[in-house]
Unconditional design. Structure first.
Ligand code: P6P
Length: 334
């Protein structure tokens, strides 16, 4: 039986791999673990708790209905990160702008964090898996001062850590600090995350594709040609491609990383930049995918090389095994 490794032990053991880390990054990652446990507990009993399901009655800056659990999760992650006093600021999908923490200790924080506190939350009421996505950077503003917007508008290739929590049939944390991707499964009877998926790599071959085909009429000709042709092509193993899409990016991406598959959210005629947010959805997932041996592009360039100009800007996204992304890219340039 392989040695049992808790997330806490793993964070400490691998801390030395992050050259400049003085333990703050470890503390930041462990603060996310605490918030995720709290959110997980609420999600798992959402159907039983009064007044936690459904819409909060507000819309976020994206113009999306905020679910009550969106607001709850957002609060828990912000409070948990701020309480550790090791991060100078946070940006969230659920907040109009970034939050610069004001305590002297926070101002001395080296890192900023961007987060989608509860991605796919509209699925909660129908009991479909949802997730939290996070992205961590070293600040560019002087230590000791308040965080500024430039701290949050760095290209994804500057990330020092990224990860996601998936609240599914089991709750997992999957993250990277630039030395590969590792997955941890939560044992609710003990209240700890345990290393269950060491050194995750996406299979080089894949026969799963994940896209909302309801948008087919509004995709570019290249995307439509790709979707038409893969229904005629038979991959090497002789089985047709499989369409799998549950409308929860963390779940779709996690499945495709384990089984081999392409996830995409292309632009459409009305939304040429698609729906997904560059800074706290595309970038962290692209970093994880690259660290797992895959690739992530917007159809023209590497996601991680895009320099953000706005906190909530969107980007088309194609990510998965090199061969599958290369194939669809060959259609996009036609
Ligand atoms: P559509 C959830 O709102 C989300 O941001 C991703 O998790 C998911 O993949 C996508 O949007 C689903 O969007 O337009 O297919 O419903």
């Amino acid at each position: 039986m392989s040695r049992i490794t808790t997330l806490g032990e793993f964070i400490i053991k691998t801390q030395s791999q992050v050259s400049y880390s003085t333990g703050e990054l470890s503390k930041l990652i462990s603060s996310l673990r605490l918030a995720a446990k709290i959110v997980n507990a609420e999600i798992n009993k959402a159907g039983l708790v009064d007044d936690i399901l459904g819409k909060a009655g507000d819309t976020n800056i994206q113009g999306e209905d905020q679910q009550k659990l969106d607001v709850y999760a957002n609060r828990k992650f912000i409070d948990s990160v701020e309480a550790r006093e090791i991060t100078c600021g946070i940006a969230s999908e659920e907040e109009d702008s970034f939050i610069a923490f004001d305590s002297p200790q926070c101002r001395n924080g080296k890192y900023v964090i961007l987060i989608d506190p509860l991605d796919g939350s509209s699925n909660i009421d129908v009991n479909v898996s949802v997730g939290t996505i996070f992205s961590i950077y070293k600040r560019v503003s002087p230590v000791g001062e308040k965080a500024i917007i430039e701290d949050f508008l760095q290209p994804g290739n500057q990330q020092v850590a990224a990860g996601y929590f998936i609240y599914g049939s089991s709750t997992m944390m999957v993250y990277t600090t630039g030395n590969g991707v590792n997955g941890f499964t939560f044992d609710p009877t003990i209240g700890s995350f345990f290393l269950s998926h060491p050194d995750m790599r996406i299979p080089e071959e894949g026969s799963i594709y994940s896209v909302n085909e309801g948008n087919y009429p509004f995709f570019s000709q290249g995307v439509r040609d790709y979707l038409k042709n893969i229904k005629q092509n038979i991959p090497l193993e002789g089985k047709p491609y499989t369409g799998r899409y549950i409308g929860s990016m963390v779940s779709d991406l996690h499945r495709n990383m384990l089984k081999g598959g392409l996830y995409m959210y292309p632009g459409t005629t009305s939304k040429p930049n698609g729906k997904l947010r560059l800074c706290y959805e595309c970038n962290p997932m692209a970093y994880i995918m690259e660290q797992a041996g895959g690739v992530a592009t917007d159809g023209n360039q590497r996601i991680l090389d895009i320099v953000p100009t706005e906190l909530h800007q969107r980007a088309p996204l194609f990510l998965g095994p090199k061969k599958m992304v290369a194939e669809i890219e060959s259609y996009l340039t036609r």
